[in-house]
Design a protein around this ligand. Structure first.
Ligand code: NAP
Length: 307
């Protein structure tokens, strides 16, 4: 029987683990299939306070993990396959193991949706990114491309126009999912050029391990051409990792956990932390803060129940 199980080992999960471990709750962290979360996919992180020279994303998240382990947190490789949250203790099926726990912190994050091209996958962190806030700075004076037709794509295109010499927004249709105000803003931005009814067939640069361009295809005319690009930003949405909790933890229509205040979910004893609930900020520092909140709430919950 565990006091606290934490699902996810990104900033939120690791910070929850540090706090829960220091409260002597010996948390178990289930690492999941994207161990380290989104930070493990980035390079230099320059906006996490306390690192004036910046720190590599994978190093930052590994440091958090070590810090949690130093206080007694345990880490388990594997994914949560099933969860029975209908009664306490909660019953979790993690790969071959069944784990029972008095509280659960869901810090399973939201995975960026990718196009799924092999070349795109190989170049993540080498010119391909899913986070303008994280990586835009590296493309000062360079050619940037943003993929998507929703609010995220508009927001990223506008944000990236502060850095890039030009920003090309590529969208697969002629109509946008983005709200009018966000679209108008991007349209009014002289640095943002639109390429509509266009898809990316390949990201170029795999041989040199650095993005050099893209091969594009117009869906109406069938025309295929290559365009020089330094930074390739995919902004086609995120997928919160909540499928395993479907029908138990309340979420919005897109699967993001609905907060019941603080770090609470609709199920007493189940808490949320990080991107699995936050569709607005999605930063390492906000996820860490949320992990801290969730651990403190779990601790208070256990104390109130006399554990
Ligand atoms: P979204 O609204 O779901 O838009 C995703 C876009 O990506 C769509 O235009 C979609 O094209 C495109 N797309 C999806 N899969 C693709 C693929 N395989 N290849 C090419 N294009 C693909 O996602 P989002 O922009 O991340 O926004 C998510 C939510 O957050 C929305 O509710 C949004 O309003 C909100 N948000 C708000 C703000 C803000 O107000 N400041 C900022 C960001 C996000 P189709 O249109 O053809 O389907």
């Amino acid at each position: 029987m565990r006091d606290v199980v934490i699902i996810g080992s990104g900033c939120a999960g690791n910070t929850a683990a540090i706090y829960a471990a220091r409260a002597n709750l010996k948390p178990l962290v289930v690492q999941g299939h994207e161990a380290g979360g989104q930070l493990s996919l980035t390079t230099l992180v320059e906006n996490f306070p306390g690192f004036p020279e910046g720190i590599l994303g994978p190093e930052l998240v590994e440091n958090m993990k070590k810090q949690a382990q130093n206080f007694g947190a345990e880490y388990l490789h594997g994914s949560l396959l099933e969860a029975d949250l209908s009664k306490r203790p909660f019953r979790l099926s993690i790969e071959e193991e069944i784990v029972e726990t008095r509280t659960l912190i869901v810090a399973s994050g939201a995975s960026a949706r990718w196009l799924g091209l092999p070349s795109e996958q190989k170049l993540i962190g080498h010119g391909v990114s899913s986070c303008a806030t994280c990586d835009g700075f590296f493309y000062r004076g360079r050619k940037i491309m943003v993929i998507g037709g929703g609010d995220s794509a508009m927001e990223e295109a506008n944000f990236l126009s502060r850095f890039g010499s030009e920003v090309t927004l590529v969208h697969r249709r002629g109509q946008f999912r983005a709200s009018k105000i966000m679209l108008d803003r991007a349209r009014a931005n002289p640095k943002v050029k639109f390429l509509l009814n266009t898809v990316v067939d390949e990201v170029l640069g795999v041989a040199g391990n650095l993005v050099t361009g893209v091969r594009l295809r117009n869906l109406e005319t069938g025309a295929v051409w290559e365009q020089e690009v330094d930074g390739f930003f995919v902004a086609i949405g995120h997928i919160p990792n909540t499928a395993v909790f479907k029908g138990q933890i309340e979420t919005d229509a897109d699967g993001y956990i609905l907060s019941k205040g603080g770090a609470r979910t609709n199920i007493p004893g189940v808490f949320h932390a990080g991107d699995v609930q936050d569709r607005t900020y999605r930063q390492a520092i906000t996820a860490s803060g949320a992990g801290c909140m969730a651990a403190m709430e779990a601790e208070r919950f256990l104390e109130a129940e006399g554990h």
